[in-house]
Design a protein around this ligand. Structure first.
Ligand SMILES: [Zn+2]
Length: 274
């Protein structure tokens, strides 16, 4: 237990070093258009929700570690995902100033689950299933991680909690600790808290903000089109879990196509050294 805490603390420090928060981007340098965040979210304490999410994340990663499913920090996949995510994070504060105070954590869990999520407060999990089964490129990983980070930045869970569509986060955490089929359960628990209840509008916002985060970090936002087509093809058998919370299809692909013009300049600029 103490060792896990030590590991977690080390990861936090390492991430803080890897992803310094840069100065705020000057206004008016382009980017996607998203509206104001839901006012309803103010009914729920951000500290409280982040704290609960942090506890749940600790429980989840500890359980994965006990089951030898948590990839170590030297694992190439962990390093790959942390590098990509670490490049997105300096751009996060443009969308939420509070992200400066978050202790970002990025972990990869070995599981066939095709899923990824980011809890309130910047706690990210990517399952190996989504990377391996979709044979994801770095651009595609950046878009998926960017999408999940965007849900946290736009405080979609907080708004959902305020609307009462996420209930009893504490009970979910307990079920993680006592669960028998833990890794599979972890995957679905993450979905329960973080994805299932998001509205279509939340998903569109996350796509747009995720695209911009990727573009600003010099990952090609146009990869979203191929990624979603790949998701759709893959889902012809058993739909991957990520798709159950993230409806795909033509409309979504069209959203990507329609909005690339807002971020392509940022991508070109970043690719040419900013
Ligand atoms: Zn989503």
């Amino acid at each position: 237990m103490n060792m896990m805490r030590g590991i977690a603390a080390t990861m936090v420090v390492a991430l803080a070093l890897a992803a310094p928060v840069s100065a705020r981007e000057p206004d008016g340098d382009g980017g996607v258009k998203v509206g104001r965040m839901s006012i309803l979210r103010n009914l729920v304490s951000e500290e409280g929700l982040e704290q609960q999410a942090g506890l749940q994340y600790d429980a989840l990663t500890r359980k994965a570690y006990q089951q030898q499913a948590l990839l170590g920090e030297n694992h190439p996949t962990t390093q790959r995902v942390r590098k990509i995510a670490g490049e997105l994070l300096p751009h996060a504060t443009k969308f939420n100033e509070r992200a400066k105070t978050w202790k970002w954590e990025i972990n990869v869990i070995n599981s066939p689950t095709v899923n990824a999520f980011c809890m309130p407060g910047g706690k990210i999990v990517v399952f190996t299933g989504i990377i391996d089964k979709l044979k994801m490129s770095d651009d595609e990983i950046a878009l998926v991680v960017g999408h999940e980070i965007a849900h946290a930045l736009r405080e979609h869970s907080r708004a959902r909690a305020a609307k009462g569509t996420i209930t009893n986060v504490g009970a979910i955490a307990v079920s993680i600790l006592t669960g028998s089929n833990a890794v599979g359960q972890l995957a679905s628990v993450g979905g329960d808290l973080l994805g299932r209840k998001f509205s279509r509008n939340d998903e569109t916002e996350a796509d747009l903000v995720g695209m911009e985060l990727a573009a600003r970090a010099a990952y090609d936002p146009r990869a979203g089109v191929g990624l979603w087509e790949k998701m759709s093809t893959f889902s012809k058998g058993a739909p991957p879990q990520w798709l159950s919370t993230h409806p795909s299809g033509a409309a979504r692909i069209q959203t990507f196509k329609d909005n690339i013009k807002d971020v392509i300049g940022l991508y070109e600029k970043a690719k040419n050294g900013g």
